[in-house]
Ligand binder design. Structure first.
Ligand SMILES: NC(=O)c1ccc[n+]([C@@H]2O[C@H](COP(=O)([O-])OP(=O)(O)OC[C@H]3O[C@@H](n4cnc5c(N)ncnc54)[C@H](OP(=O)(O)O)[C@@H]3O)[C@@H](O)[C@H]2O)c1
Length: 194
């Protein structure tokens, strides 16, 4: 069974962006030390166009071989004419409105998102599935999430887009690795208590 990991950046108060989802206020925390960490341990979570610009597009995947994202998150790539933001992974985009995939590497999931994710998790393989977000599909897929990797930056937003667009329900996780960075960022890994 492969794991579904929600790998997400957020504020101290748990918001993944401003009320519209914009998380650009977190970018300054991706400094040299933090970027080195991402490059070494999670290179596949860096978008292809960014990797290419930095000359690191040949870094091998470390943990994931598949990415799942919602159409609103995928739209951010489409807006800059990138149709395959994670070309080094198999890409699935949840959407009921995108009738045709804009890229051969991107499969649109219009029906039974949970079933699709369960099928991906049931595949053989050592690499897991990276849930990129955003909030809405993370909320819909919450019960399928096996692991959380939460990158918390030292800012408070007061309000914003929640990590999970779902109703109140308690899900228990156990704390795994914790990494701290000089700039105050903390990356915590949690595994679901089953
Ligand atoms: N801080 C971070 O690390 C981080 C990471 C990722 C994203 N984000 C932010 O998150 C924001 C987007 O999040 P969001 O919650 O607005 O949207 P989202 O979860 O990215 O996408 C929502 C869309 O996914 C589709 N969808 C949802 N459930 C579906 C289902 N069951 N079956 C088929 N399609 C389904 C729908 O697309 P259609 O309308 O096409 O049907 C829906 O409008 C962006 O602003 C982005 O910046 C932040």
């Amino acid at each position: 069974m492969r794991k579904l990991t929600y790998f997400i950046a957020c504020s101290i108060d748990g918001f993944i962006g401003d009320p519209g989802g914009d998380g650009s206020m977190m970018i300054p925390f991706v400094d040299e030390e933090f970027f080195e960490f991402l490059k070494t341990e999670y290179p596949e979570t860096l978008p292809t166009h960014g990797r290419r610009a930095l000359g690191i597009d040949d870094l091998p995947n470390q943990k994931y071989d598949t990415v799942v994202q919602g159409r609103a998150s995928y739209d951010l790539a489409l807006q800059i004419d990138v149709t395959s933001p994670y070309a080094h992974l198999r890409e699935y985009v949840a959407s009921r409105t995108l009738k045709e995939s804009p890229d051969p590497n991107v499969e649109i999931v219009a029906d039974d998102l949970v079933g699709k994710v369960r099928a991906l998790k049931a595949e053989d393989g050592d690499f897991g599935v990276y849930l990129c977000g955003g909030s809405q599909i993370a909320g819909e897929l919450l019960d399928e999430i096996d692991e959380l990797v939460v990158k918390t930056y030292p800012i408070v937003l007061g309000t914003g887009m929640p990590m999970f667009g779902s109703g109140f329900a308690i899900s228990e996780f156990t704390l795994g690795e914790v990494r701290t960075f000089k700039n105050g960022a903390v990356v915590r890994t949690y595994r679901r208590k089953r």
